[in-house]
Ligand binder design. Sequence first.
Ligand SMILES: Cc1cc2nc3c(=O)[nH]c(=O)nc-3n(C[C@H](O)[C@H](O)[C@H](O)COP(=O)(O)OP(=O)(O)OC[C@H]3O[C@@H](n4cnc5c(N)ncnc54)[C@H](O)[C@@H]3O)c2cc1C
Length: 390
Amino acid sequence: MSDHEVIVIGGGISGLMSAMTLSKHEKEVLVLEKSSRIGGNCNSYDVEGFQVDTGVHAISHLLVGPMRRIMDLYFDYVPVFMDLGPYYIRTHRGLTKVPSNLREFAFFDVLPKKDRILLSQTITIAFTQSTLGTNLKNQSVYNFIPKGLSQDSLDFIDALCYSLSGRSMKETSVHRILTGSSFMRDSVPENFWEDEVVDTSYKALLTDHFSMSQLKGHLSVLSRLANNEIGMSQKYPRKGLKAILNSVLYSMSDKVKITTSCKATSIITDNGTVKGVVTENGTYTADMIVYTGFVKDLPSLVTDLGQSYVQDLKDIVQTHSMTIWLGLDTKMSELNYIGSEIWFKPRAYWAMPISNYDQELAPPGKQLVGFTFIVDESVPLVEDKKRMYK
Ligand SMILES: Cc1cc2nc3c(=O)[nH]c(=O)nc-3n(C[C@H](O)[C@H](O)[C@H](O)COP(=O)(O)OP(=O)(O)OC[C@H]3O[C@@H](n4cnc5c(N)ncnc54)[C@H](O)[C@@H]3O)c2cc1C
């Protein structure tokens, strides 16, 4: 008989939500967390009276995504989510809203008119193809956009890619842009595509595979070209990121035990079946093991993973980001808005006056602003930090 029904490796938000969910199905769960704190990347910390999150966050897919489903089914306490507000571009004229749909795109005079026309056509093609079943996950944004765009437009597209995937437009898929901008809502019910074998040619799909009702459904999805709203399913939790962590902890049943400062060093298997976890503090046996650490580290814990899976893991590219939080003694009128701004010159970064969502995140009269940068791996970090502070 095992020591535990389930061991969850990792006490970040995924591990804790897994433990909470399993405990509500009467499972007895042990969570092993290597650091001295739980929460991983989903937490907030007090710094001289300011409450800073682990990076600037916009919680997405809150309408019908997995997070929504788990909250509805298992949370006893649900965080209060506030509208994220628009994304802006700051120019010498002030703030301009990042366009969400073709109509707004037509008036987005931050970019030259010719580029806007070309890009409107590109967005229409990409969204139509994707809606009708063409897989754009392996299609890079760089290869998809028209040639001859101005440098401003290329920098703008690059900045959007960095803010969504952490990578340049050469390494970001068209699918990622469509889902990140709410055009494609990849959180549709799981069975959405199930009954269709999808072809890469949507012309073939139209004639051979679609029923009229499906076609009507797709056409109604296509109306998003006219009325899409980028931030429609994105929110910020009142009282900061730790409000999500606290909701999970308050919803946890007493069938969950959490052990911190306990690093799992290997997962014991026998003929492909998990048996237990070796840690720096001892060995625990279990009938089920849920691993929520960084997936690239998994082969160092389990020896008998399939070859092709191990190869897939090696191909995952990791991006490092850095957030600088500024605690301002007085509020800046330039930052008097709800939302965030994307800068695309000289390199992409993202800024968010976070205390505008909730004044309690900063001492009275003060303001908290987060600036998130993608670390440039081609230069030493000390050099790159100078660029970020500047
Ligand atoms: C700067 C930044 C901005 C982000 N912005 C957004 C956003 O805007 N919207 C959004 O939805 N998401 C955002 N995210 C992502 C979100 O924060 C993460 O997806 C989420 O917090 C990941 O949770 P996790 O539990 O999967 O992983 P982690 O938070 O990484 O937790 C994994 C835990 O496992 C522990 N662990 C690992 N290995 C072991 C081991 N061998 N033994 C024991 N413990 C182990 C780690 O210590 C850690 O606590 C952002 C993340 C960052 C860093």
